[in-house]
Design a protein around this ligand. Structure first.
Ligand code: SF4
Length: 217
């Protein structure tokens, strides 16, 4: 089954949320809005049609900053987006949360590939190769300092340090990828299958700080 058809079947089966987006099927179309506008007077929301608008809506946050990663908890409010087909729904969700629905289906099918942190860091070259030497303790600390809703990322982390070393318990490692108060069976969780570029950049900095501390200690 194509991704758009699977998505449509999932919505028909009760899926109503992904990240900060509320999804409502209505009279053959799909209506999307920010979850905090779900119960707002629709006449007060700015109306848009078509999936291309999702790119603009997802690029800039309310305060005008560029949303560096789409998993950021900073989607702006005040809009209502109408989509006329399941393919438009797929495209729009891919703009808001790239590949998120596909990753969720892949996880369901047992074919989602996960890359653990050591494998990711060991692949780094150039200036990022310093990230390879980050200690385990430093990596665990970084997860709690970079990931999770407390740091504006609302993805569920699927990777470990390596195949034998799970992440330590923290708000970040515990987060389930679903934003807000909703029956979890009605939401598509945002999944993190490998550390993002932002995390790798922070790993490089933390690793350098560890080496500097050793040199001066
Ligand atoms: S590594 Fe994953 S969970 Fe952590 S900040 Fe990046 S995208 Fe979010």
């Amino acid at each position: 089954m194509k991704l758009a058809e699977r998505l449509s079947a999932a919505v028909a089966g009760g899926i109503r949320r992904i990240g900060q987006i509320a999804i409502r099927p209505q009279d053959g179309v799909y209506l999307l809005c920010h979850i905090d506008d779900e119960n707002s007077d629709a006449s007060l929301l700015e109306k848009f049609e078509g999936s291309a608008t999702a790119r603009d809506l997802s690029t800039w946050a309310e305060d005008g900053h560029y949303r560096f990663t789409k998993g950021e908890l900073s989607l702006k409010r005040g809009w209502l987006l109408q989509l006329s087909s399941s393919e438009e729904l797929r495209q729009a969700l891919d703009h808001f949360y790239p590949a998120a629905a596909g990753l969720w289906f892949a996880q369901h099918d047992g074919r989602l590939e996960i890359e653990h942190l050591r494998d990711k860091l060991n692949r780094q070259t150039g200036m990022y190769r310093f990230a390879r030497t980050l200690s385990d303790a430093g990596a665990q600390r970084l997860v709690s300092e970079v990931c999770g809703p407390g740091h504006c990322c609302v993805k569920k982390i699927l990777w470990q340090l390596d195949a034998n070393t799970p992440l330590e318990d923290s708000e970040a490692s515990r987060f389930d990828g679903v934003t807000g108060d909703i029956d979890r069976s009605q939401a598509i969780p945002l999944l993190c299958r490998e550390a993002c570029n932002h995390f790798v950049a922070e790993a490089r900095k933390a690793s350098k700080a560890e080496q500097d501390a050793k040199a001066t200690g």
